[in-house]
Design a protein around this ligand. Structure first.
Ligand code: NOJ
Length: 553
């Protein structure tokens, strides 16, 4: 690997942080977070060590799906600020070495988007073909994404007596991407934000986006993604596409463009994420190992985006029914902690009973797996969900900065906030940035150290994964190796201490194992073996360090 690769393909060793401007920091105390508030927190993010901000939708929207229902792809929601404020955030972030990517939500629009307002009025509207219309719902049609909230993906429009398609809510009509005018609009939207300086896009609902409408065959649907990637490269050579593709690995590979690439650069690893929860529920890394070892080889430019939680429900849709029940029993015992029959509406710390050892083990693991880690705001301080909100938005409460009013997010009356912070043991008085900032033993400082070691260990983002054999039950031992070096990571999924024997077989017999997260060195015996202790739910990162190794972290 060349140095030029590491800088051009920045997403392969990035640390991505997702936030919603609306819930991050309110600068004018009207109760709603805004770009000016975010600008004031860029130094916090820089200090934390993140290298890429992913902004959830901030476009004008009626807000019926938290901004994923857009009425103007080129606009900025006036409650959050102006284009000028957006550019200030971008500029401040860039100045601190942080790139910004933005959500691209073009599978659908809001039903209040002027295109749809016109399209639904008349069959002769110039925008009629921007959407998908049928005289009757097709016989075989896909199920709704929101069971219990929507009955069908087709909605009758009485004015023109036809049905329009909406894979998500009925107020989110699907765009007809087989229409070249729609494709042009998507490219223009990307071009606009790229011209303002963003470094790429998180593309919403990619499989639904490229899926042609029922009965339409326009050839290979992946051509759309290839077009978008080519367009991106022409406009901004080093911009990246991060896609939301919750599909089995074999299909995900196609969304990278197959072994030769040319489509998405990054995809969330939903399969390993789901397997991780099963492993946690069983105190056994085996399901996760199975998932990780079935990851397909990726094109050299591509990477997995590793995550443990995001802004949606924790989906368990790729587990079997019995496996899902195990995870539900362990982490969502109450029916109202579950949603859509497939997911959980909680953040990680409450699911793990607040056990700091387990929480740290999970984040240590996430940062040590080949790929690019993605944090959802508040994970770095161990925020919990608001349990009195029983839908997906329970995890989208305001960022908790201090133990003061509204967690320091805003001085507005609490009733004006987008969502109430939790009132339980995860309330701002117990969990906040300010308290953890100066506490060396805090989760925040721990995550900061993980980020710094991840960034100093480019083999994690670039390396190949190897699952290591050993003699300890309940422990995941893996190595990541690239021409930059080799690192071994150990994670104990059980609540008992473990002494394990590990075989490293280094090239040089003088090689040592250098602890990265705590001070420590372990010598190898003549056969290249080491004996290593792990605390209950313990974790260790060990650099395989040959004599004369000059790496400093
Ligand atoms: C995926 C987003 O993550 C989710 O929040 C949203 O509801 C749907 N796509 C529709 O845009």
């Amino acid at each position: 690997m060349k140095i030029s690769d590491t800088s051009d393909l920045w997403w392969k060793s990035a640390v991505i942080y997702c936030l919603d401007v609306e819930t991050y920091m309110d600068s004018n105390d009207d109760g709603v977070g805004d770009f000016e508030g975010l600008a004031r927190r860029i130094d916090y993010l820089a200090d934390l060590g993140i290298t890429c901000l992913w902004l959830m939708p901030f476009y004008p929207s009626p807000g019926r799906d938290d901004g994923y229902d857009v009425t103007d792809f080129y606009g900025v929601d006036s409650r959050l600020g102006t284009h000028g404020d957006f550019v200030e955030v971008l500029r401040t972030a860039n100045d601190r070495g942080i790139r910004v990517i933005v959500d691209l939500v073009v599978n659908h629009t809001s039903d209040k988007h002027p295109w749809f307002v016109s399209a639904r009025r008349s069959r002769n509207s110039p925008y009629r073909d921007f959407y998908v219309w049928r005289d009757a719902p097709p016989k075989s049609t896909q199920p709704t994404v929101f069971p219990g909230e929507e009955a069908s993906v087709w909605e009758h429009e009485p004015r023109t007596d036809q049905y329009f398609q909406h894979v998500f809510y009925r107020h989110q009509p699907d765009l007809n991407v087989t229409n070249p005018r729609v494709r042009d609009e998507i490219a223009k939207t990307m071009g606009f934000w790229l011209a303002l300086g963003v470094s790429g896009f998180r593309i919403d609902a990619v499989p639904f986006l490229i899926e042609p409408p029922d009965g339409v065959d326009l050839g290979d649907p992946h051509e759309l993604l290839r077009d978008l990637k080519r367009f991106l490269q022409r406009r901004a050579g080093d911009a990246a596409l991060l896609g939301e593709v919750n599909l089995p690995y074999r299909q995900q590979l196609q969304f990278f463009g197959g072994p030769d690439g040319g489509e998405l650069d990054l995809q969330f690893d939903f399969i390993s994420m789901q397997a991780l929860y099963l492993s946690l529920a069983r105190s056994d890394p085996a399901p996760l190992v199975k998932a990780l070892t079935s990851r397909p080889a990726l094109p050299p430019e591509a990477a997995w985006a590793n995550f443990v939680r995001n802004h949606d429900e924790l989906t368990l849709d790729k587990l079997t029914d019995a496996e899902r029940e195990e995870v539900f029993d362990a982490f969502a015992p109450d029916e109202d902690q579950r949603i859509y029959g497939r997911g959980i509406t909680r953040r990680l710390p409450p699911m793990l009973g607040g056990d700091p050892r387990r929480i740290r083990m999970v984040y240590s693991l996430m940062f040590s797996l080949p790929g690019t880690p993605v944090l959802f705001y508040g994970e770095e301080i161990g925020m919990g969900e608001n349990p009195s909100i029983t839908d997906r938005t329970s995890v989208r409460t305001p960022m908790q900065w201090t133990d003061g009013k509204n967690g320091g997010f805003s001085q507005a009356p609490p009733g004006r906030l987008p969502a109430a912070p939790p009132g339980d043991g995860y309330a701002p008085e117990h969990v906040n940035v300010q308290q953890q900032w100066n506490d060396d033993g805090s989760l925040l400082q721990f995550v900061k150290r993980l980020i710094s070691h991840y960034r100093a260990s480019a083999e994690i983002g670039w390396g190949d994964l190897e699952i290591l054999d050993h003699d300890a039950d309940g422990v995941l031992a893996h190595a990541v190796t690239s021409d930059l070096g080799r690192m071994v990571a150990l994670h104990n999924f059980t609540d008992v201490p473990v002494r394990m024997r590990l075989s490293i077989e280094p090239d040089d017999p003088e090689t040592e194992l250098l602890d990265l997260l705590e001070p420590g060195r372990t010598a190898l015996d003549k056969q290249g073996r080491a004996e290593i202790d792990l605390a209950p739910y313990g974790h260790r990162w060990l650099r395989v360090s040959p004599p004369g190794d000059t790496r400093i972290g």
